[in-house]
Ligand binder design. Sequence first.
Ligand SMILES: C[S@@+](CC[C@H](N)C(=O)[O-])C[C@H]1O[C@@H](n2cnc3c(N)ncnc32)[C@H](O)[C@@H]1O
Length: 367
Amino acid sequence: MNFEIFLATAPGLENALYDEVKGKAFKQVKVVKGGVTIKGGWPEVWRANLWIRGASRILARVASFRVQHLSQLDMRAREIVWGDILHPHIPFRVEASCAKSRIYHSGAAAERVEKAICETLRAKSAPDADVTVMVRIDRDICTISVDTSGDLLHKRGFKAHVNKAPMRENMAALFLQQCGYKGTEPIYDPMCGSGTFVIEAAEIAARLNPGRARHFAFEKLVTFDPAEWDKMRSVTRQANDDVHFYGSDRDEGAIKMSADNAARAGVSAYTTFTQQSISDITPPCDSAGLIILNPPYGTRIGESKKLTPLYQSIGNVLRSNFTGWRVGIITSDATLAKATKLPFLPTGEPIQHGGIRINLYQTDALA
Ligand SMILES: C[S@@+](CC[C@H](N)C(=O)[O-])C[C@H]1O[C@@H](n2cnc3c(N)ncnc32)[C@H](O)[C@@H]1O
């Protein structure tokens, strides 16, 4: 049985996610607002959760219909054969959102669908259930989906420690991809924090699946086949051992955190972390590759000015010591990016992240 599968990502990264999904042999890949859709069955759902680095969650579309009244929603929700998807003995919860629709009360919409499932399946709902049914009503079109991921997918299941402002793994993977990284060149993050860029890059080169060691909500659905899933997960691919990945940070705690996180992810052999201030950095290896970093960026008035000297020293050290390297800097502040005086290429559309708009500023190989 084929149905629509929605892979969500941060708004602004939809095209980057499309490129990743297309490159991994999924069918009927389309860009939509907030993500991409593919067509497939449950094995594709499992594979997408296991393989795709750039998605934040993966939803299986269960039904889509036009609706204008809560009574219609109730009736259509009862037509879905819930017993084909949910186990009666595993609790579920319903989340709803409404936009520009006759049904505007998301709480009431969630309640109707929840009641329909409880009564038709004889199942119980619970606010902390691992299985979530998602109801989205947009311009009177209701889409009902099951969240197949559970915890958001940037949680790869390895990081025991995170620093103050970590980059989400799924976004880091898409920024690396947008910078042209394919797993075959050195990567250096000189403000590595908890090591996200370095570890993602190393995992890509080692051809490790991002979902290899965590659990997913789909394991609690009727459609789950543990034997097939084990088979899918046990396929390993030849690592690219020729390349190494580097991180540095002025903070000793960050270096320890990064090294621990890399060890848990199984990429210690491919990574080196050293304590260093940005103004002291030099190329960590002979062949040039990609420098990628998200420096601190101020979100409050006045912070931007204070950070200008830091961005100036990033620009100075990269322009003088890193000939031949490409640069990718993620920041929310165009003025700070400009303060580096790096020869940035035109930027793409901004990415919405935690209430702010960030951008990837990238260069060609520095002359
Ligand atoms: C926004 S965080 C980076 C987060 C990181 N990408 C991650 O995913 O965890 C910025 C990092 O820059 C480091 N930093 C700030 N000023 C620095 C400097 N002058 N030299 C080196 N590192 C610096 C901080 O210690 C912090 O870890």
